[in-house]
Design a protein around this ligand. Structure first.
Ligand code: KG4
Ligand code: ZN
Length: 372
């Protein structure tokens, strides 16, 4: 027997709860769609103008400090911590927004990709909440959340655009034709950009995850002090490779004593950052030229990098293109982007959520395999 398709009444505000637990951040958020759906909205192609969802509240707990002594994320500790955090974060979001839990219309959670155990916590809580209140449940792709996150900024983009998705686990260039329509143009064949930042930072003796710390040091360093490789820069393709950079940084620091590394850390950081940023910028420009699109959207944790932001703004201005970023606090993982993705899936008529409650998680999941 089929399950009834949930319907959202036209004329009524729709409240959507989002839960993120794919890695080392627990996030909960509430968005509203106002004005809500029009019954004419059937497919993305027919959508003329849709009001963007509004973020009412979001709460986040980062586990970074807990994992730091281990130099990376310990999956079992991550799952156990999510269990303790999600309900208190949910209470905080409801209190801040002034919305009662019984006003919620849809519960969304990160279904993948990510750590299986960590994902299961968010999925389990979301399914329990939804089934206990007889609400529809929707599993969201974490990367779709990231790539839509600039829609919550003060200067939101509009479709179509090229997306540069740069996180700790992924480096991808995509053509985003409309909501749910994602075409992969290129991706990293080995390490992700965030990984390249973090591994280089670790070799310099910085704490995990060193990306943000490295970029702080880089602000006052000489980016030409060391020549690190820019792999695949002139390959003519939109793929990335960052593993060679890490090896090159390793070779360099092996030649130096601890005190020499300490004395040169600003220059080392600036040179590493320059290598990563140059590749990301040149490939993004190539993707804009290839597609003929004039809008670039940057998403993911590395999108917080100031040098990347500055260089992309300059290069896009030169091309007559515009670049959009998420708000700084929404670059790394958060629940807001999950609630947002669910809201936009509903608005564009792609998915309404389901009351089957047969939740599952997909630790590995290609963005192209999403329902559209
Ligand atoms: O998107 P995200 O929170 O996690 C994943 O979904 O993977 O991204 C985290 C990544 C980490 O590698 C972190 O070092 C990096 O983003 N990151 C930065 C900066 N802030 C965070 N990398 C470079 N510069 C930054 N300012
Ligand atoms: Zn992420």
């Amino acid at each position: 027997m089929g399950h009834p398709t949930p319907s959202y009444r036209y004329g009524k505000v729709v409240f959507i709860l989002g839960i993120e637990s794919s890695c080392d951040e627990s996030g909960v958020a509430l968005v509203k769609i106002d004005p809500p759906l029009s019954s004419q909205v059937q497919s993305a192609t027919k959508v003329e103008k849709i009001e963007l969802p509004q973020l009412l509240a979001h709460a986040l707990h980062t586990q970074i400090e807990m994992h730091q002594p281990y130099g990376g994320v310990v999956p079992e500790l991550a799952s156990r911590d999510h269990i303790q955090r999600i309900i208190p974060l949910l209470k905080q979001v409801l209190q801040t927004s002034g919305v009662d839990i019984h006003q919620v219309d849809l519960v969304a959670y990160t279904k993948g990709p990510g750590l299986a155990g960590a994902l299961l916590v968010g999925a389990g809580v979301a399914a329990c909440l939804a089934s206990s209140m007889d609400l529809p449940l929707m599993g969201i792709h974490h990367l779709e959340g990231h790539l839509l996150s600039p829609f919550l900024s003060e200067d939101p983009p509009s479709f179509p655009f090229v997306c540069l998705l740069v996180s700790g686990g992924h480096t991808q260039l995509m053509r985003v034709q409309s909501m749910g329509q994602y075409e992969l143009l290129g991706e990293s064949v080995d390490d992700a950009a965030g990984e390249a930042f973090d591994k280089s930072a670790k070799l310099m003796g910085l704490d995990y995850p060193g990306g943000a710390e490295l970029s702080k040091l880089a602000q006052t360093g000489n980016d030409k002090a060391y020549q690190f490789p820019r792999p695949l820069l002139h390959s003519g393709k939109l793929d990335f490779s960052f593993a060679g950079l890490k090896t090159s940084v390793l070779t360099q620091v092996k030649k130096m004593s601890d005190s020499e590394i300490e004395a040169s850390k600003h220059d080392l950081a600036a040179s590493v950052q320059a290598a990563i940023v140059e590749v990301l910028v040149k490939k993004s420009v190539a993707a804009l030229k290839l597609t003929g699109l004039k809008t670039l959207v940057v998403a993911g944790g590395v999108g917080a990098n100031q040098s990347l932001r500055k260089n992309l703004k300059e290069e896009c201005a030169r091309l007559g293109a515009k670049v959009h970023f998420p708000e700084m606090h929404l670059c790394t993982d958060n629940g807001a982007m999950i609630a947002l993705a669910a809201a936009m899936r509903v608005q564009y008529g792609i998915e309404q959520g389901s009351k089957s409650y047969a939740f599952d998680v997909k630790p590995r999941w290609a963005l192209g395999d999403l329902p559209r």
